[in-house]
Design a protein around this ligand. Sequence first.
Ligand code: ATP
Length: 332
Amino acid sequence: MAERTSLAVRDLAVHFEMEQGTVRALEGVSFDLHAGRTLGIVGESGCGKSVTARSILRILDRPGRIVGGRILLDPGAPGETDLIAMNAESERMRGIRGGRIGLIFQEPMTALSVHYTVGNQIIEAVRQHSDLSKAAARDRAIELLREVGIPRPELRVEAYPFQLSGGLRQRVGIAMALAGDPDILIADEPTTALDVTTQAQVLDLLRRLQQEKGIALMLITHDMGVIAEMCDEVAVMYLGRVVEYAPVLELFTTPRHPYTRALLRAVPSILATPRQRLATIGGAVPHPGARPAGCAFHPRCADFMPGRCDVGAPPPLAPGHAGASCFLEVPA
Ligand SMILES: Nc1ncnc2c1ncn2[C@@H]1O[C@H](COP(=O)(O)OP(=O)(O)OP(=O)(O)O)[C@@H](O)[C@H]1O
């Protein structure tokens, strides 16, 4: 059966207008999310992973602005919708945010309030995206807590977030993300704040939910171990661009972009110690406001070709096709 593309991001560009000038946080970012599959987005801090997620959900922080591209929900289907063309605060976009597309944060307290019980917060989220009565929504909240593996959910529904451990709180965060019955989930570093054992449990949970529900999952991480364990395809980002896109096995066996190779070299014991965080690679990521000419990675690149890589930008990737945006891929 042909896989269904749930979301297609095309040539997404995001700018932050700062006093010091325009920061081009994203430039020409393209990728697809497919039902039942997981796309990993990986790269060092500041490469644009969170800005990508927040753009899809239309919750970009000011002064961030989407200045180009398309974000197509159900691309090619009769109901295809470009999320960029929608008013971020419109009722329809609010329905999509948390309804069709759920978001799991690194720190679950970003999504939870300290003032209300977890039950009341999930009930509220369920009711925002359905016509259920309060009593039926409460039953649904208990069912969601059970689904995410919270023991004794009929008691825990009355707990306040601060009464739960970090791991249980993240499970509640996942239950909140599932409250609108989404078919697309965006998880932004969902396990970074957790200890190693809890990380493994939360990743298992995400994988199980994704497979059972056929969800299209976009998983943002720094962590090549998480990528290896969880993802079908991977987009490697550097300074606001996707520099390599590949099926996960190809990425680890035949990485094509020197940046991907550097990331993998920085985690030499990847197979021995999964979930190890990326070590830093040589040099620092430049600020997007001071993007180097040519290929932005050239000052740190082991394969730098003077007169080529510092002059023109390598051709961008064709969306959905494996490859690297690098002059090594292009005949001289
Ligand atoms: N609120 C903001 N104001 C100004 N610039 C911002 C803001 N948020 C993001 N940026 C710019 O966008 C770039 C990308 O940020 P983003 O948060 O997407 O990176 P990231 O890859 O998610 O990093 P991390 O792994 O640290 O979360 C930043 O380097 C910064 O220049």
